[in-house]
Design a protein. Structure first.
Length: 255
């Protein structure tokens, strides 16, 4: 069931989204060669504390997970696509890092993700990250009243496939509001004009995920959470929480 949010609820979600935006900005600024993923998790955790917000990630345990998620960020490095558990791994020059983060404030949730390169970037990695951001922008542009979920999926998939990248099978965005994962699912590839009509008050987490090698295959690492590319190539992830409004898409996690 899809919950349509009131304008006041969307405003409240924006407040949660701005906590997310501040945390991701702080993590990006703190990231550098020699910094550990656990240290980045603590940076984000401090932003939550300062805002009086909670974490929808910490302790989250969906049906596939062997253990509850133990951190407030997902930190996925190089061939890790999503759901990476922060560890003592210290970032190296040229690492491609994806950080996914959520915050709960006043009963509402925001969710967003960024990808970036630490230290000296490889041109191929910059192109991958830029394409993820373009795919996100295309999906958001399609998130207008009168369109359908398939229009968002088609916009994202077109950017990714045109650049020669893979899209992880079965993973995409989702509805969001009082809970991190709500209806409807938002695929990263699909046919335009198909699926649920977009209406004022819908809130979606739109999140393209790209695999550099062009395949769609992945596997779960030994920790049961981290998803890695089967071909060992690098991955990127970009995400915003977006409200569908009569005035156009409103990015609630804008940085």
């Amino acid at each position: 069931m899809v919950e349509l949010k009131t304008d006041a609820s969307i405003d409240a979600m924006y407040e949660a989204g701005q906590v997310v935006a501040r945390a991701l900005t702080a993590v990006r600024e703190a990231a550098g060669v020699g910094v550990s993923l656990l240290e980045l998790d603590e940076v984000a955790h401090q932003v939550l504390r300062d805002a009086g917000a909670g974490s929808p990630f910490l302790g989250y345990r969906p049906s596939f997970a062997p253990v509850p998620f133990p951190a407030v960020i997902c930190a996925s490095v190089n061939d890790a696509i999503v759901h990476g558990i922060p560890t003592g791994h210290r970032l190296r020059d040229g690492d491609l890092v994806s950080i996914d983060f959520g915050a709960e404030l006043g009963g509402w949730v925001g969710d967003s993700a960024i990808s970036f390169v630490v230290g000296t970037p490889r041109p191929a990695d910059l192109r991958l990250v830029e394409t993820a951001e373009r795919a996100l922008a295309a999906g958001i542009k399609a998130a207008v009243v009168g369109n359908r979920i398939g229009d968002i999926a088609h916009a994202i998939g077109t950017v990714c496939r045109s650049a020669g990248y893979g899209i992880p099978n079965g993973f995409g965005g989702h509805g969001i509001g009082r809970r991190m994962h709500e209806d409807p699912p938002v695929p990263n590839e699909g046919r335009p004009g198909r699926g649920l009509p977009l209406r004022h008050g819908m809130a979606l987490a739109i999140e393209p995920m790209l695999i550099a090698g062009g395949t769609d295959e992945y596997h779960a690492a030994a920790d049961g959470w981290t998803l890695r590319t089967n071909d060992g190539t690098r991955a990127a992830h970009a995400e915003h929480t977006v409200a569908i409004t009569d005035a156009g898409p409103r990015i609630l996690t804008a940085r």
